[in-house]
Design a protein around this ligand. Structure first.
Ligand SMILES: [Zn+2]
Length: 287
């Protein structure tokens, strides 16, 4: 059964580790992430962007697939199904479809409008026992056509949004979606420390987890980050493993063209990436 992300993140914040959000794109992705979480006894958050939701036919299909897998794979670790960077309308649609958690990304609105819309969704989610992630200060890079400038959030604005009663808060601290450029300045730990001081026990979310050096991840966790989003890294691992299979000509040997064989190396590569991240984040055996 799907659960809200509230309890797993409250525990993570108190225990100084982070729960990974791994974005899904299809059946193989979802199965690889769920099986790895179960094998490692780790809580997990499945992230779905609006674009990926559309790709998978719509939110109801996603909910049906994930619920079916939890049942038929015998998944007993806590699993949250979470909308990533949702619009106000997208958040409502996911709640109706059966998601257990949503992110409303109002970071591109003026702060007053971000507050007004976030507040409405807090009430809606509270009534249904769902978790809600809000964002202050856009995350750099591009995600599904939403481009941010790599802002660093204003800690006082973070406090204003946190005080509305959201479950977790994403704040830009110099992090970027996708691959990090050579000249990246690194995470702004001063900003993170300031946000943490003002928001207290609120679990903080680090987006753009791909390619942030391990020491920076660990430092961010020590400063109150308890949810880390990973997306691009699984895509790169899947693509590399699939390329290797095809370039080795394995799809032309025997029944190597069978999609269940063709997609198997990519599936294993996602599992390995998720395992590596769960080790780094410290969420193993925390289910
Ligand atoms: Zn993000």
């Amino acid at each position: 059964m799907l659960v809200s992300a509230k309890e797993m993140l409250t525990k993570a914040k108190a225990g100084k580790y982070a729960v990974g959000q791994f974005n899904i794109n299809n059946l193989e992705w979802t199965k690889a992430i769920l099986l790895t979480a179960q094998e490692l006894n780790s809580p997990v958050i499945l992230g779905v962007s609006e674009g990926a939701g559309k790709y998978m036919c719509g939110y109801k299909t996603v909910v049906g697939m994930v619920n079916g897998m939890i049942d038929e794979l015998g998944i007993t670790v806590p699993v949250a199904l979470h909308l990533d960077h949702g619009s106000y309308e997208g958040a409502k649609a996911c709640i109706e479809a059966g998601f257990s958690s949503v992110m409303f990304d109002g970071s591109h609105y003026p702060i007053e409008e971000n507050i007004a819309k976030t507040k409405e969704l807090v009430e809606y989610c509270d009534k249904l026992g769902l978790s809600l992630e809000a964002e202050v200060g856009a995350i750099g890079g591009e995600e599904d056509g939403v481009v941010g400038n790599g802002e660093v959030a204003d800690p006082n604005e973070c406090k204003m949004i946190a005080d509305l009663g959201v479950t977790m808060l994403a704040a830009g601290i110099g992090n970027i979606h996708g691959k990090y450029p050579e000249n990246w300045a690194g995470l702004s730990f001063d900003t993170l420390a300031e946000i943490q001081k003002l928001t207290g026990t609120m679990p903080l979310v680090l987006h753009g987890g791909t390619g942030i050096p391990a020491e920076m991840i660990q430092k961010a966790i020590s400063l109150g980050v308890s949810k880390i989003n990973v997306n691009t890294e699984c895509q790169l691992a899947f693509a590399a493993a699939t390329r290797e299979y095809v370039e080795a000509g394995k799809d032309q040997q025997g029944k190597g063209f069978d999609p269940r064989k063709l997609l198997a190396p990519g599936f294993e590569a996602i599992k390995a990436t998720v395992k590596e991240k769960m080790e780094l984040f410290g969420s193993i055996n925390k289910a």
